[in-house]
Design a protein around this ligand. Structure first.
Ligand code: FES
Ligand SMILES: [Fe+2]
Length: 383
């Protein structure tokens, strides 16, 4: 976040503190409960949001060197991501062009993939370079059996993939003003520390909703983050389909009497970037947490997610390791013990017939923005 942007955000936060208010929506938003329980809605989300929207799958350091790869199985499209010998990022479907087996597992460094079934051999650009018993296949040329490549790009330290073959990916203007913030964080210089996967019995959008307001901070989190952050106070800045939320730590008062030109608000905030549709990138003091959230095996009622911690330095001595472990444990503790149990209860409650709509108040503008964008995208796609 640029200094000029920090001043703008800092001024806004002090205004909210002084007036005991927060960023407000223009109107109350009624969100139909069926958006969280309907198979039809879930299918529309699958085809529009998870097949035809560029998805951020992490920071550049997931592919730290040339000739590295990793597999990604959070979505229903099994992905194989590589950085080739020239450093170029590629995304493929992890599906062998012989009879469809998975070509690779996990992550690592290598120049070729040998399919575990019959040993067809691919390079990191997806070309089929060898297959045993070539004579049996020569009427079906190798060039027609490359791995299926997906449109993908690496921009300012973030890896983006279009999950559906044949759909083009354009990031120009995609990130809008949020892009400037992210660029300034130099995400490409961060190191991947660790990722954890979680499965929860709640619709994927309920997980997303968790991150979008501070109205619950001193209620649900009264024993944890309430002491650190202002309750029901934060900025909200839409940028295209995405948006940024900034929540303030009480420590921001230290800046109040300093000249604005000297303000560094970063130690006094958490800055949350919702990268539509399913990624939450959190700038937290000195590191990045990145959540990827997908519909699970039961796509209406289950979500699968991965949280990854990225650090400014390569790991590390014992003391630093303890520091990062503690950070990861803290975020997991708060979400797993406080946020997600409420979400799982909410999902069950949606089936009780208690109400047809839930209500997003004026103080929850990000929730209205997120859900109206989903509706708009799905409607546009069906026109
Ligand atoms: S399925 Fe991959 S080599 Fe046969
Ligand atoms: Fe929370």
């Amino acid at each position: 976040m640029h200094q000029s942007e920090q001043i703008k955000v800092g001024e806004q936060i002090f205004k909210y503190i002084d007036n005991s208010t927060t960023a407000l929506a223009e109107q109350i938003y009624k969100q139909p409960v069926k958006e969280y329980t309907s198979q039809r809605v879930s299918q529309n989300e699958r085809s529009t949001l998870f097949q035809k929207t560029p998805l951020c799958i992490g920071l550049s350091d997931l592919l730290p060197k040339n000739n590295t790869y990793f597999t990604h199985d959070l979505s229903e499209q099994p992905l194989l991501l590589t950085r080739d010998e020239n450093g170029k990022f590629h995304a493929f479907l992890n599906v062998c062009r012989h009879r469809g087996a998975r070509v690779a597992e996990s992550c690592g460094k290598r120049q070729y993939f040998n399919c575990p079934y019959h040993s067809w051999k691919y390079d990191l650009k997806g070309s089929l370079i060898n297959r045993p018993e070539e004579i049996s296949f020569q009427l079906s040329p190798k060039s027609e059996h490359q791995l299926v490549e997906l449109e993908a790009t690496e921009l300012d330290g973030l890896l983006w993939v279009m999950p559906r073959p044949g759909v083009s990916l354009t990031l120009t203007d995609h990130l809008s003003t949020i892009g400037d913030d992210l660029k300034h964080f130099e995400l490409g210089s961060f190191y991947h520390y660790e990722s954890r996967s979680l499965t929860k019995r709640m619709n994927w959008k309920l997980v997303m909703d968790t991150f979008m307001e501070s109205y619950h901070f001193c209620v649900l989190h009264k024993e944890s983050i309430c002491n650190i952050f202002y309750h029901n106070l934060g900025t909200f800045d839409p940028a295209g389909d995405h948006f940024r939320l900034v929540f303030a730590r009480h420590s921001i008062e230290e800046l109040r009497n300093l000249p604005k030109a000297e303000w560094n608000i970063l130690p006094h905030i958490v800055s949350i970037y919702i990268l539509f549709p399913n990624v939450v990138l959190v700038w937290q003091l000195d590191h990045i947490e990145l959540w990827q959230i997908f519909p699970g095996q039961d796509p209406v009622n289950e979500s699968i997610m991965q949280v990854s911690l990225y650090t400014p330095d390569e790991c590390c001595d014992e003391k630093s390791k303890q520091h990062w472990d503690k950070n990861l444990e803290l975020v997991l503790h708060v979400t797993e013990n406080e946020d997600f149990p409420v979400g799982e209860g909410t999902q069950r409650g949606f089936y009780t017939g208690a109400q047809n709509n839930i209500t997003f108040g004026l103080n929850e503008p990000a929730l209205a923005k997120f859900h109206s964008t989903i509706t708009d995208k799905i409607n546009e796609d069906r026109e």
